[in-house]
Write a protein that binds this ligand. Structure first.
Ligand code: SF4
Length: 217
């Protein structure tokens, strides 16, 4: 069989789609990062017609080419909450405003086989937007985010996603040196609030795009 790995993940993602749908998420499948971009730009955006958007600083969103594509849309006010040139005070204000946009787009730290989204934030603007505020939410999910259950999700996030993120952001935390979580008390600690999104409320507000490719971390 050609593309055996993709065939394997196609089955896993189709099963995950059913689990998420049973939890009231709207779910779409994409064969690649490029396919996810096309789906968002050519199907989801025309359906939702957002006047305003913000994003959750997601490597997956950048990797799919959506960050640059959305910034270029003249018909959508795209609130950039992660541009490093923006002064800290304005950045904070933008992140507060990002909770009131029409459409919020981000990734997830993990998704369980039972269809739960698991996330851990430093500031909380990303999990805030996923939970309440924006009228619609799109979550891009690379296949590498799938874990068997909540315990594995917590382990993955604390011992992989968070240390890698701390390294990416040049944080002064012990995990940057050891590669695993040491439950630090550092002022730079990026692990402050957990969310488990068990179901989308209202039904369909959160739209998951499951991508048959490794994206983000
Ligand atoms: S709690 Fe501290 S050491 Fe643990 S992953 Fe988070 S930032 Fe790193």
């Amino acid at each position: 069989m050609d593309n055996a790995i993709e065939a394997y993940w196609k089955i896993r993602l189709e099963k995950l789609k059913k689990a998420l749908e049973a939890n009231n998420f709207e779910v779409h499948l994409a064969e690649s990062a490029a396919g996810a971009k096309t789906l968002v730009m050519e199907t989801l955006l025309p359906n939702l017609k957002p006047a305003s958007m913000a994003w959750g600083g997601s490597i997956t969103v950048v990797g799919a080419g959506l960050y640059s594509a959305l910034k270029e849309r003249a018909d959508i006010e795209f609130l950039d909450t992660f541009d490093k040139r923006i002064p800290a005070e304005e950045m904070l204000e933008r992140r507060r405003r990002s909770l009131l946009v029409d459409l919020f787009i981000t990734g997830t730290n993990a998704v369980t086989e039972a269809g739960q989204l698991v996330n851990l934030d430093m500031i909380g603007n990303r999990i805030g937007g996923i939970t309440f505020g924006p009228r619609h939410v799109i979550i891009l999910v690379g296949r590498n985010k799938l874990v068997p259950d909540l315990e594995e999700a917590f382990f993955r996030i604390k011992n992989y996603a968070a240390p890698v993120n701390a390294m990416r952001l040049d944080k002064k935390t012990p995990c940057v040196k050891t590669s695993f979580c040491e439950e630090c008390k550092s002022p730079d600690r990026i692990c402050n609030t957990w969310t488990i999104t068990e179901k989308s409320y209202p039904t369909g507000r959160v739209k998951a795009v499951l991508i048959n490719e490794e994206l983000g971390f």
